[in-house]
Design a protein around this ligand. Sequence first.
Ligand code: ADP
Ligand code: MG
Length: 416
Amino acid sequence: MIPTYVFGWPSGKETGMYLAVDLGGTNLRVCLVKLEGGGKFEITQAKYRLSEEQKQEDGQRLFDFCAECLKAFIDSHQESGLIPKDEVLPLGFTFSYPCSQERIDHGVLIRWTKGFGAPNTEGHDVVEMFRKALAKNSVPAKVVALTCDTTGTLIASHYVNPKTRIACIFGTGCNAAYMERVRDIPKIAELGIDPDTEMAINCEWGAFDSFEHENLPRTKYDQIIDETSNKPGEQAFEKLISGRYLGEILRLIICELIDEGVLFLGQNTYKIEIPYSLDTAFLSLMESDPTDELLMIIGIFSHFFALETTLAERQFFRALAKLVARRAARLSACGIAAIVSKMGYLEEGCAVGADGSLYNKYPKFADRIHEGLQDIFGEKGKNIVTYHAEDGSGIGSAIVAAMTKERKDANIYPNY
Ligand code: ADP
Ligand code: MG
């Protein structure tokens, strides 16, 4: 549970031009956001794919890459006239890995997650590293706030829908954020912040049940994922839920059946035996196959894995995909229910802004969360409704930057 130094909700009146850089688990995104107030905004963006090598090379190199992409983006939009020349724009940096913050423009990486392992980064202030990269490349941008995608989603969702109380991410990783009263945040009791003030909390719930694994049952497939990951023991909750792992869970089940001689006898199975070769997006496709013959599943297995399947096998794979994805959604409902209970949101109800490819693209993922909430809370569970949050890590980051600028200009907790 990480205090974010995002003080309270946005007013909806935030305005101005901001840059946002989002170092997600799968992509790097740079955005120019024009906040127009009244919950309105305009966004221009560019996306860059991160390679597996980049995730493992020296950390400074990774931030240099972010700065280089940002520089190219700014250059091209200065030419097009969208960004004024000779202006240093404020920037919100969305860095969605657990960071311990002492103030909003600072964050020491606690640990890499989602398969990243870049050396010389854990234990370092990532804002400092990013600033160094910006300076090296003479990028006309000033980092004013560091946030994670989840906190950004909380703020962006509230900007457009003030009933929002909670935000969740279901992408490469998973996480949640909510707004807490400062008097209920023991970690920052010493700072002398007014106890009635509110501050967003980044739950980092992907780390729930890590190491001891005391709370949640795990299958042998979950254990293999954990033990063969670059961070055994860590991110236990996330490994049961997020997009990085769901495909791999299904692949491990299939591989076990291959080893037992039950599946694909006489066929060459080397392709499906490559770790992480079955993307979670395939599970989405398998579940959404509308044909009786399951033609989509035929296509996936023949095209990507050079395997022929029988109808019974395809029905079985689809049922497995459903089990894996439904468990992920229902565990997520437990997390949401925990926040709802803690904050007493059940009676009044609340909206939960959710983002990430798993939430946005996996068929019925939201329905299954809602089904889980009703199993937990009964009829009243219907008061808790998730919805697709419009871009937390770009817009949200910009709004957080705007809120921070306003707060500091008003001399409210300027050192935080
Ligand atoms: P990031 O985590 O970088 O912000 P996303 O929110 O796009 O990025 O999440 C990427 C994850 O979503 C990957 O693990 C990928 O396997 C998964 N994914 C991508 N497309 C789909 C899809 N159609 N259905 C389900 N999962 C998907
Ligand atoms: Mg993301």
